[in-house]
Structures are given as C-alpha cells and as structure tokens.
Design a protein around this ligand. Structure first.
Ligand SMILES: [Zn+2]
Length: 137
C-alpha cells in the first residue's frame, strides 16, 4: 500500500496541485509546471511516478487525474503542509497559506511569500526573508 512517506517532495507538490488547483484533474504537464514551479521534465517524471504508484491515471488528450487513492493521499499531504492559522510569520500572498519556516515561494500555489506584520516574530522573519531574497541564505 502506498503512503505519503513513499512520495518524494516533488511528487507531493504535483499531487497537491492536481488536488487543490485542478480539482482532481485532468491536467497535463503544461498546466501543472507553472503552478508547481518545476520544469516540464520534472513534472512529467513526477506524474509517471505517481501513475506507477496508482495515484493518478491517464486521460486521453487531457492529462492525468487523481485516482481515489490519489485523492486520499492528496488530502493527507494537504494536512501535512497546513499550519494552524495563528502559526508562522510567513504568508503566501496568493493563497494565504502560512509557513513557520522560511521559504521564497508557496509550496502549494507558487505565490510570493510575505511576512505577516502582526506576527510577534515579524521583524526577524522580515530580515530572514530579505536575506533569502538577496541569496544570502
Ligand atoms: Zn500559495
């Protein structure tokens, strides 16, 4: 039985994008690549791996869609990546997802990360984000 631990980070992102952005699909490499910020070869590889694991299936001309099992795991991945509302100073400017740890792009939608100015650790987070943007981290 395939579980979340059997998935690579890239496979998780593609699975999650299919689930959250494309409503389970179908979606092809061209549509998925800009969402997950990976090049098409990597998306294609992730999709093939997901298919081998029985989590997506091919739909002629349309791309891949989630299988029932794929949907189940996507839900688990979503929970795994989610943080409670009041946690984490880093916020996606597009989808509003919060992160405790510094990142430049949202793992889900690829949106720019901003710092929540009202967060108690805003000053430090701002500084870290600034340094990361300059490539110092
Ligand atoms: Zn986002």
């Amino acid at each position: 039985m395939v579980s979340v631990e059997d998935l690579t980070y890239r496979e998780k992102l593609v699975l999650l994008a299919l689930y959250e952005v494309f409503d389970g699909g179908p979606a092809g490499v061209k549509k998925l690549a800009p969402v997950v910020h990976m090049d098409k070869t990597k998306v294609s590889r992730a999709l093939n791996a997901l298919e081998e694991k029985g989590l997506v299936e091919f739909e002629h001309m349309e791309g891949r869609r989630l299988t029932e099992k794929g949907e189940e795991l996507a839900e688990e991945v979503a929970t795994e990546m989610e943080l409670p509302k009041d946690e984490g100073p880093y916020v996606c400017s597009d989808c509003g997802r919060r992160y405790k740890h510094l990142r430049l792009k949202c793992a889900v939608c690829g949106g720019e990360i901003e710092v929540d100015k009202d967060h108690p650790k805003a000053a430090k987070a701002e500084w870290n984000l600034e340094r990361a943007r300059m490539g110092l981290l």
